[in-house]
Design a protein around this ligand. Sequence first.
Ligand SMILES: NC(=O)c1ccc[n+]([C@@H]2O[C@H](COP(=O)([O-])OP(=O)(O)OC[C@H]3O[C@@H](n4cnc5c(N)ncnc54)[C@H](OP(=O)(O)O)[C@@H]3O)[C@@H](O)[C@H]2O)c1
Length: 343
Amino acid sequence: MEEIRNRFKHHNQRSNEKNIQFIKSQFFELNYRFKYSLFSDKLSRMFTFQKSDHPHHKLALITGSTTGIGKETALGLLIEGYDVIITGRDIDKGLRTLTELKTNKNVTGTVYFRQLDLCDGNSIKDFLNWFMSFEDFNSKKISRLICNAALSNFKKTITKDGFESNFQANVLGNVVLIQKLLPRMANGSRILTLSSQVIFHGSISDNFELTNRDYEQYSAYANSKLLLMFYSYELNLRLDTYNSDSIKVYSVHPGAVRTELMRDAGFFIKRVLPKFMMTPQVGARNSIYVSLKDYLPDEHYYVCQEPYLMPPEIKDDDLRFEIWNKLHEYADDLLENIEIKTD
Ligand SMILES: NC(=O)c1ccc[n+]([C@@H]2O[C@H](COP(=O)([O-])OP(=O)(O)OC[C@H]3O[C@@H](n4cnc5c(N)ncnc54)[C@H](OP(=O)(O)O)[C@@H]3O)[C@@H](O)[C@H]2O)c1
């Protein structure tokens, strides 16, 4: 245990290498934004995906898709002929988005909405039970699972289940969801977890800061995204070991996007910074690209449609196993009192 503690400490130090990767990615994004700002959203959409004449009705599930990047990702996949389940915490907002997507004349797939709050174990249970028993999905496998939902709270909050909110919404909720939905995914399907370049500023304490009193919004968010990448990368390796035509797992960073993510932040981040960010339509392009592209190089992390380097600690096998085991322990705690239908 002492050795693992030292590893956590060692990797938590901000290195020049990590700072350089972070700064490089800002230039990378600028270039990407410039490219896309030359075209209107409508025009650039025409280059990225085509309206499907014969919708194939493959199934996609996108969490946190009632607004922002998730909503635009849903639109992109619906235009391509996917049937899409969108989810969000707020039912009214969800129903409004459902109507908006249904009435878009380019949409060829079917769209469904269901409430899902990843900070509430009972809500996860209700969602999974609905999915497992909904007759439209009886014989259907999920082809694209996009773990898009996330939050960034200004103040430390603890969920009803007893976890820090960034940790439960951005990491643990995804672990539970993926674990339960994997049997409903076919070979060749893809899981995307939404990441962020803040991973280069993330650090991990040996109890994932569940008891840390010095809460700070940026660090809590960065740490949760770093943990999620450890999990996604390890999941991809494990699935790949069993079957080369297996489900593939990708981490994707959309770029800096003007959304509601920082709704809880201070004036500068909420009001000034967004003026320099890209639109959700452009931000969703990375998730849509990684979801739809026929062939992707064998890389795990994508930034603005290109493979990108991961923080070096992600490749530390011992640390990853330790994190994987801990996350599953917490997931078991969360699921302890939750009964979920298995088919
Ligand atoms: N925006 C950026 O610059 C940026 C950069 C890097 C990465 N990302 C990542 O991109 C993804 C999408 O973010 P966004 O920018 O589109 O943010 P957003 O506009 O705030 O959308 C987040 C979505 O997640 C949902 N959500 C929040 N907490 C949830 C919970 N506890 N359970 C279930 N759903 C929850 C929200 O639902 P409600 O509307 O009901 O709250 C909303 O639908 C996130 O993973 C984010 O970390 C964003």
